[in-house]
Design a protein around this ligand. Structure first.
Ligand code: PEP
Ligand code: MG
Length: 324
């Protein structure tokens, strides 16, 4: 049993028809990188940096953040480490930030001043984080990921602030990798529907299915009373994922899924059949998903999934899912 697990960890994640699939890990704290390495992750697909800001009274300064990011980048020497900029959602407590937002209490935090919206109204906090991430990029392959984008001007403003952070670092003679890749999360339906600005301005996309489902179906992802309606297989959700995968492929932009769907082994075949080749998930899910990949044949799955995506009756979808 242990030998089998060892073999699974080191095996390349290739499908039966020879498609190489990238399996990345989601982490919350720097020390999670060790576990991700243990299960043989191809990189970090999502570092939820907001965890560095939670459960404390003071914000982490640039050096503290730099040390945290550097730890992960060094642990994953040469492999991609995707650091997402601050995203305090409705579900995450951060009193150090609450006071900075001018005690602004959102009547509905999920629709309020979170993630990139907050960062664009607090450019000093954002610039500090950007400088820390950029400095970590001298130690390996860092990718910068911006959450909750919906508007073209948010992309443009975020990119301008990244350039400003670079200029500040040049000024203070700090090293960084000038060609750091910048990507955006697709997790608001508007973003998936109008991808043009994302494809033109960014280097990669990552689909955040947790929020994409929440906003598409108007279901609070943390509200148990409506949890039965939170459905990753709702055809509207699947259409938005498919559209993003297709648009990315046409434009030559890598697209990953980093929401919980990517770590659900029951959905691996569906996502492979939709064309997904990059998954990012909690380390605990990675080997189970890899097992599914090793058993899958994307050439066979593609036409089956394409049939499944044309139906809109839940029973029919469930039946076709069972036959994948
Ligand atoms: C998502 O929304 O799917 C996601 C990966 O980000 P988070 O769960 O941190 O909002
Ligand atoms: Mg999200």
């Amino acid at each position: 049993e242990r030998n089998k697990r060892m073999r699974l960890k080191t095996a390349r994640a290739a499908t039966l028809d020879g498609e190489l699939i990238e399996l990345h890990a989601n982490i919350e704290l720097p020390q999670d990188a060790e576990r991700a390495k243990e299960v043989g992750a191809d990189g970090i697909g999502l570092f939820r940096s907001e965890f560095l800001f939670m459960n404390r009274d003071e914000l982490p300064d640039e050096d503290e953040q730099y040390e945290a990011y550097r730890h992960v980048v060094k642990a994953f020497a040469g492999k991609p480490v995707t650091i997402r900029t601050l995203d305090i959602g409705a579900d995450k407590e951060a009193r150090a930030l609450r006071s900075r937002a001018g005690d602004h209490l959102s009547p509905n935090p999920a629709l309020g001043l979170r993630a990139i919206r907050f960062c664009l109204t607090e450019p000093q906090i954002f610039l500090t984080q950007l400088r820390a991430i950029l400095r970590a990029s001298q130690h390996g392959r860092v990718r910068l990921l911006i959450p909750m984008l919906a508007h073209a001007q948010e992309i443009v403003q975020a990119l301008a602030l990244i350039e400003e952070a670079k200029a500040q670092l040049r000024e203070s003679r700090h090293k960084f990798s000038a060609d750091i890749e910048v990507g955006g999360m697709i997790e608001i339906p508007a973003a998936a529907l109008v991808l043009g600005p994302f494809l033109r301005h960014l280097d990669f996309l990552s689909i955040g299915t947790n929020d994409l489902i929440q906003y598409t179906l108007a279901i609070d992802r943390s509200d148990g009373a409506v949890a039965h309606l939170y459905d990753p297989l709702h055809p509207a959700v699947l259409q938005l994922i498919l559209k993003t995968l297709h648009a990315g492929a046409r434009a030559g932009l890598p697209v990953s899924v980093c929401g919980e769907m990517a770590g659900d082994p029951k959905l691996t075949r569906l996502l492979l059949g939709m064309g997904l080749r990059q998954f990012s998930m909690h380390s605990a899910q990675l080997l189970e998903v890899k097992q599914q990949v090793l058993k899958a044949d994307t050439a066979l799955l593609a036409p089956q999934v394409s049939r499944l995506l044309k139906v809109d009756e839940p029973e029919k979808i469930a039946e076709l899912m069972a036959r994948l």
